[in-house]
Design a protein around this ligand. Structure first.
Ligand code: FES
Length: 574
């Protein structure tokens, strides 16, 4: 048995042999060691389906992965395969320092290399917490072994008094109430225990749910599976079906390179816009597409955004939660509304096209409170818009569907924080010179900063303004924002301040102009003054001397290129 040729059918344990200079010895040795796990000779001759195990004590969102793995195995075994589970890194969003994004590329490398290095005819990727789906899709896109994605699914909501609680839009809403002095310490502690109460990913259309829908739209997950709640029995049935489908893939189904195409990426972009999805989605989609040599253009996104309405009424842009979205018809209902705008000839992991899939769903029930019709949308234009101008030559992102439209056309005075440390030291200072009409600016929180692009773009409203009832202000940074957050928040300013971008040149009192209508973001300071400030910029902080931090610092690309590593982007060579 050899591992050459892409279409020779399943190779099972004979694939990708360890090289001792004698292939027959290699397979003999491998079978000997595999036999020590108690498999029969017949089982060892079956096609091998790898299953990623991303269980971790540091990842609450994945706490049901062991149960899902058992269901996937059932599907593989029933279809005649040998399921072999292997661990990879897991990224629990709230447990990682400095940010989970910094380690997304590490997880993508782990996933890619373990898929490629180990003998598997197809792989079932299981994940969903925030950076895990992007990481695994990036790795699978590069490895290009037949792959199917099984999402862990969203959390259920819980109750607090007469309110519903779901991570993590409500986390921020109640924290804002606490900061504004409208609820006290004992009450916020009670709320803290009720925000995340089941397995699964955040309960709103945050980054995890956005990426789940993007995964299904790309054709990498089974139809109808993106929104199934984590604890629902349908999730286990989806796991069993994913195992069975992996066997079909092993026997010649489409590879990631046949699913992640320019057309399917554009479909995913449409869906991102129609969902009012997370701003992180554009970074991750750019990184996934980049692994197949596909560029996601922010200018193109603006064109699509102007013709793609927001169709779902889900938090943080709207009122409802992911469990409601599932009950309302899920992603399929959105895709059917977008049908005239989609490339229907895109292939999916089932081997049928998107068009064939949607034709099969025609007439399915939809709750119009949650998934609106195309001609009666929730918002007339897409959720995200890219801004360009002297402050962001490479672009910046605003989630207009989660922002206050009264702040969209605004010129204001900059109040600048030079780092996260500066922000936390001064934002609540009663003597801070700030009014509600000012524009808060945070520097040095981009991909090349030591803080590695945290979700810190949701700058808190200064306490004295929050206590006076101010709920939103224009905030600008090179940071990201949680997909569960809301506000008039301009993010991903490119190039970032740590690379010497214009953001690094803003000073207190400068005038900044934002125009969502013109899709522009400008620093109203003359060039001579900017040149003078540029010459005075402090030297870049020292590069870490070793390890992953050094690799990250040397290789990370800007937000418009998905923050991938330069040496990982693009289609792998022979
Ligand atoms: Fe895991 Fe939000 S913390 S998806």
């Amino acid at each position: 048995m050899t591992n050459d040729g892409a279409n020779d059918g399943p190779k099972g344990l004979g694939g990708g042999l360890t090289n001792y200079g004698d292939p027959d010895f290699s397979i003999y040795l491998r079978r000997s060691f595999a036999s020590s796990m108690g498999y029969s000779r017949e089982m060892l001759a079956r096609p091998v389906i790898g299953i990623t195990d991303t269980t971790s004590g540091f990842n609450n969102c994945h706490r049901q992965v062991p149960e899902l793995i058992e269901a996937v195995k059932r599907g593989v075994l029933a279809a005649g395969g040998l399921p072999l589970v292997f661990p990879t890194i897991s990224l629990g969003e709230t447990y990682l320092n400095p940010t989970s994004l910094m380690f997304r590329n590490l997880m993508s490398m782990d996933t890619e290399e373990m898929i490629r290095a180990q003998p598997m005819d197809a792989v079932v990727l299981i994940g969903g917490c925030d950076k895990t789906a992007p990481a695994q899709l990036m790795g699978a896109a590069s490895a290009d072994v037949p792959a199917i994605y099984l999402l862990v699914g969203p959390m259920m909501t819980s109750r607090y008094k007469d309110d519903r609680l779901g991570a993590c839009t409500d986390c921020r809403r109640y924290w804002g109430e606490f900061r504004g002095g409208r609820i006290d310490e004992p009450e916020i502690r009670k709320i803290e225990m009720g925000l995340a109460t089941t397995a699964g990913t955040c309960a709103v259309m945050g980054t995890a749910s956005t990426m789940a829908c993007i995964t299904e739209t790309l054709g990498m997950a089974l139809p109808g599976t993106a929104a199934i709640p984590s604890v629902h029995a349908d999730r286990l049935r989806a796991a069993e079906a994913s195992g069975a489908q992996a066997m079909a893939l092993a026997n010649g189904g489409p590879r990631p390179s046949e699913l992640i195409t320019e057309a399917s990426v554009e479909n995913a972009l449409r869906v991102l816009l129609a969902l009012g999805g997370s701003t992180n989605g554009i970074i991750h989609l750019a990184a996934i597409a980049g692994r197949r040599g596909i560029t996601v253009s922010l200018e193109r996104m603006n064109t699509l955004s102007d013709e793609t309405p927001v169709l779902v009424n889900l938090k943080p842009s709207g009122d409802h939660y992911m469990e409601d979205f599932f009950a309302a018809g899920g992603l399929g209902a959105v895709l059917r509304e977008l049908k005239p705008l989609l490339h229907l000839d895109c292939m999916t992991v089932t081997g049928e096209t998107l068009g064939a899939r949607l034709a099969g769903d025609e007439g399915a029930w939809v709750d119009r409170e949650i998934v609106r019709a195309f001609d009666a949308p929730y918002e007339p234009v897409g959720g995200l818009v890219a801004l360009f101008g002297s402050l962001a030559p490479g672009g910046a992102i605003l989630k207009r569907s989660a922002a206050d439209p009264t702040l969209f056309e605004r010129e204001g005075r900059a109040v600048v924080f030079t780092s996260l440390e500066d922000l936390s030291a001064r934002i609540d200072d009663p003597d801070l010179d700030v009014t509600a009409d000012d524009i808060l600016v945070l520097q040095n929180a981009g991909p090349r900063s030591p803080s590695a692009m945290p979700e810190a773009g949701y700058l808190p409203i200064p306490k004295k303004l929050a206590q006076a009832g101010v709920k939103d202000m224009v905030r600008i940074s090179d940071a990201r924002m949680s997909g569960t957050a809301f506000g008039t928040i301009v993010l991903h300013v490119t190039p970032d301040a740590a690379s010497g971008g214009a953001l690094a040149l803003v000073r207190d009192g400068d005038r900044i102009r934002l125009s969502v209508a013109d899709k522009s973001l400008d620093l109203l300071v003359d060039e001579a003054e900017l040149d003078r400030r540029r010459a005075e910029l402090p030297p870049a902080p020292p590069v870490p001397s070793r390890g992953y931090a050094k690799l990250y610092n040397e290789q990370v690309l800007q937000a418009d290129q998905g923050c991938d590593f330069a040496f990982l982007a693009g289609v792998p060579g022979p």
